[in-house]
Design a protein around this ligand. Structure first.
Ligand code: CMC
Length: 352
């Protein structure tokens, strides 16, 4: 538990003070002033891009959005009610069967093109996993759009209709992708590193990381939070009574979206996300009752000795599910939205 596998020049976390920085930039600053694409560039290459560098990076990604037609056939092999996370990890693993000539982890060009392919294709695969689960046709990417816009259109668009892009949704999703972009040596990143240390290719390593993210103690918590809130609503339980169940550890029940292995203070991402939840639900209309339940749970927890003594605060997942739901994503897609950030796991040779 106290043994770090490496030091990171990418992310700095001070869990006791609630500080998170990417490449030295405070997360609050990046959330306010940067786009997801800029932050991705920062994480991969170590510096924020100039306008020309950003444009080139963006164009490279747009060029690689198409999935091989044979890979699309893959989606038909899963049961209709398949969870999109294993669909995603399987499709990412399958990428290595389509790009066999550029898989060498010691070849900087191979790693770079694989990273760009992952960034471009992972949102497309994620959107197709969603379309598969609701039985709708899969659209081709539209490369006049940026990565976030394309993902939304592929997730919600229909062939015969013009997809109306909501700027509130685009901005909020861009922000959420920034906030989930890196978190040093968490379970999924450590998994990618472990598999990669055997000199496995990038797609194989990232596919393993996606599976690690699936668990409810990690990325799966965003789905688990919404299930918990809905259960409380459906059963008509008072948040205070639910807290008693948690504190008495009845059936091992935990307050999902609370506690963190590293943060023993308010997760700085949760602060930003809480404000966004109010903004998005205010503009799009969402289930206000669920937001009220979440806020009452948080209020009770922050004043309760059980949580104070154990230093349990809301984490990144506590409010995200409510936002994703207001955007129109089903619960099964929540962890997939987190997984889209796995695309930058590859780093060009020389980057640390
Ligand atoms: N609700 C109630 N009690 C809790 C919770 C919680 N969410 N989290 C920890 N505890 C208690 C736990 O029962 C233990 O009590 P005691 O000392 O009496 O045995 C104490 O706090 C320490 O627990 P721990 O499991 O040793 O703590 P940890 O820091 O190893 O666990 C955690 C971190 C995230 C696994 C845990 O807090 C948890 O299960 N939280 C709920 C799931 C969740 O929200 N996960 C998302 C994590 S953040 C995003 C991500 O990584 O993907």
């Amino acid at each position: 538990m106290n043994t770090a596998a490496t030091t990171s020049a990418i992310t700095y976390i001070d869990g006791d003070a609630g500080i998170l920085r990417y490449r030295g930039y405070p997360i609050e600053q990046l959330a306010q002033h940067s786009s997801f694409l800029e932050v991705s560039y920062l994480l991969i290459y170590g510096n924020l891009p100039t306008p020309t560098e950003l444009e080139e990076f963006d164009q490279k990604i747009r060029r690689h959005t198409l999935l091989h037609e044979e890979l699309k056939g893959f989606f038909g092999g899963f049961p209709r009610d398949a969870h999109p996370m294993p669909v995603l990890s399987s499709a990412v693993s399958a990428l290595s069967t389509f790009y066999q000539d550029s898989l060498d982890p010691f070849n900087a060009e191979h790693v770079e093109v694989s990273t760009i392919r992952l960034m471009a294709k992972l949102p497309v695969i994620a959107a197709y996993a969603h379309k598969k689960s609701i039985g709708q046709p899969m659209l081709y990417p539209d490369n006049s759009m940026n990565l976030v816009e394309n993902f939304l259109r592929l997730s919600f668009g229909l062939p015969a209709e013009q997809y109306e892009m909501d700027p509130v949704v685009v901005k909020a999703l861009d922000l959420l992708l920034i906030l989930h972009a890196d978190h040093e040596q968490n379970c999924s990143t450590s998994t990618v590193r472990l598999v990669g240390s055997s000199n496995a290719n990038l797609f194989a390593s990232v596919s393993a990381g996606i599976n690690a993210l699936f668990g409810p103690a990690h990325g799966g918590a965003n789905e688990a939070v919404l299930k918990m809130l809905r259960q409380i609503q459906a059963d008509g339980i008072k948040p205070e009574d639910y807290m008693e169940k948690v504190k008495n550890k009845e059936d091992g029940v935990r307050l999902m979206g609370f506690g963190h292995r590293v943060y023993k203070n308010y997760d700085p991402r949760a602060k930003i996300i809480k404000a966004t939840a109010h903004e998005v639900l205010g503009k799009l209309g969402g289930n206000d009752e669920l937001l009220d339940i979440a806020m009452r749970l948080e209020e009770k927890a922050l004043a309760d000795d059980y949580f104070i003594q154990r230093k349990l605060y809301p984490n990144v997942d506590f409010y995200t599910g409510l936002i994703y739901k207001a955007m129109g994503f089903p619960e099964k897609m929540f962890t997939v939205l987190f997984a889209i950030d796995a695309s930058r796991a590859g780093l060009p040779s020389g980057a640390k």
